[in-house]
Design a protein. Sequence first.
Length: 95
Amino acid sequence: MTARAAGLAGEMFVYTRAGACGRLAAFQSSAGARERVAVVVGGLTDGPLGQDWAAPLAAALAAAPAGWSTVLPLLSSSYGGYGFSSLDRDADELE
């Protein structure tokens, strides 16, 4: 079985949240004036595009009649941060 990298067009942006450590980053597909936004949070050790289904889901949502945008946050617990952060901290970063 061959692995295939998923591509997704959009914008990376920086944001801050009270209670979160410093500046945070997230990726938004189909950036622009969208009425609906789906926030995709992976499982343990996952980060943006860490799941095989994230890019196809974003493409399907963007093509929907309502025109969804997808946000993939990079949390403190993403990737190698697992075990050094907490669910409470993740929640603060997403709030």
